[in-house]
Design a protein around this ligand. Structure first.
Ligand SMILES: NC(=O)c1ccc[n+]([C@@H]2O[C@H](COP(=O)([O-])OP(=O)(O)OC[C@H]3O[C@@H](n4cnc5c(N)ncnc54)[C@H](OP(=O)(O)O)[C@@H]3O)[C@@H](O)[C@H]2O)c1
Length: 291
């Protein structure tokens, strides 16, 4: 039995689908408010709970063989990115779990002071590596599935909003490739006890993204390039009313202000370990848009 947290998210949903296609038994940890009917139809066991509650994590972990932690944090990095994962790791030990897969983030080890998600991920990586469990820590760059709503908007308007430096490099990864990597991590020998950067096969500039959109729809993109200062202004203004949102924006700003790409060697290592060719962003988008 696999326990998957974040089972209704971009990565988790695809992980559950793939596990069910392979006829594996899956317990999907969802909230009552989550959109989980698809997972139920695919034959996943639905566990309704809240990852902020230790007792829910304890119950959900009973009798599982593998844990895949793929939840996000709703701007509460301390409770969800940190505490919930520490509890999942403790429960994995208590239940004799054979392998724990943790979705971290590219750059978790760069020491970004104002990015609570990155700090929490790094602390969890350390805790998991020292836990004695078999593990795989995956550090993805941006997910291609995040771009699906943007490409739909582009189809209608031809507009693309780009905040920050348009020349920053990124290695956006196909979310379907990532799901396959997650699932294969529990069986592929080369993935055991590894921390792996995960990106797509190409290093893109951020301005390449609207160009790819333009190529797909045969439309010249209009790029609206807003400076990072706009986010700084918003962050200061929101901080007056809600310090927690201000801190969460620190993670968002870190994502916009820095480069997140994998080296060619890292991609070659990934393809060698998992034994398949990663798809390009353009390929991913064309598949979903059926163009
Ligand atoms: N998106 C990216 O570009 C990216 C890049 C690198 C790393 N990552 C990491 O990858 C992981 C998954 O990202 P994603 O984009 O797939 O996530 P996502 O689409 O934002 O989904 C987040 C998931 O977490 C669940 N969740 C949030 N709070 C919860 C709670 N209190 N109790 C139970 N479940 C809760 C959500 O449930 P609901 O459906 O109920 O909201 C949802 O299933 C995250 O750890 C993220 O940091 C993401």
């Amino acid at each position: 039995m696999f326990l998957v947290t974040g089972a209704t998210g971009g990565i988790g949903r695809r992980v559950v689908r793939l596990l069910r296609q392979r006829e594996q038994s899956v317990r999907a940890f969802v909230r009552l408010t989550s959109r989980y009917s698809e997972l139920e139809h695919r034959g996943a066991e639905i566990f309704i709970g809240d990852l902020r509650e230790e007792k829910d994590i304890q119950k959900a972990s009973r009798g599982v063989r593998y844990i895949i932690s793929a939840h996000g944090s709703d701007s509460d990095a301390l409770s969800l990115d940190y505490r919930a994962n520490i509890e999942l790791i403790d429960q994995a030990k208590a239940n004799g779990v054979e392998h724990f897969v943790f979705i971290s983030v590219l750059g978790a080890d760069r020491g970004y002071e104002d990015a609570p998600v990155f700090k929490a991920k790094r602390a969890v990586e350390r805790y998991l590596s020292a836990s004695g469990l078999n593990y795989t820590i995956l550090r993805p760059a941006g997910l291609a599935s995040n771009l699906l709503p943007l490409v739909e908007r582009f189809r209608e308007t031809g507009l693309y909003l780009l905040i920050g430096d348009r020349k920053n490099r990124t290695s956006i990864v196909s979310t379907d490739d990532l799901a396959k990597i997650v699932v294969d991590s529990v069986t592929v020998e080369g993935a055991r006890n590894q921390i792996l950067s995960v990106g797509g096969p190409e290093i893109l500039l951020r301005e390449d993204i609207p160009r790819i959109f333009g190529r797909i729809f045969n439309k010249q993109p209009v790029i609206i390039n807003s400076p990072l200062l706009a986010v700084d202004g918003l962050q200061s203004a929101l901080g007056l009313f809600n310090p927690q949102i201000q801190k969460a924006l620190g993670t968002y700003r870190t994502l916009l202000a820095n480069e997140f790409f994998c080296t060619k060697d890292e991609i070659a290592t990934l393809e060698a370990i998992y034994n398949f060719k990663l798809e390009t962003l353009e390929n991913f988008l064309r598949r979903y848009l059926a163009v």
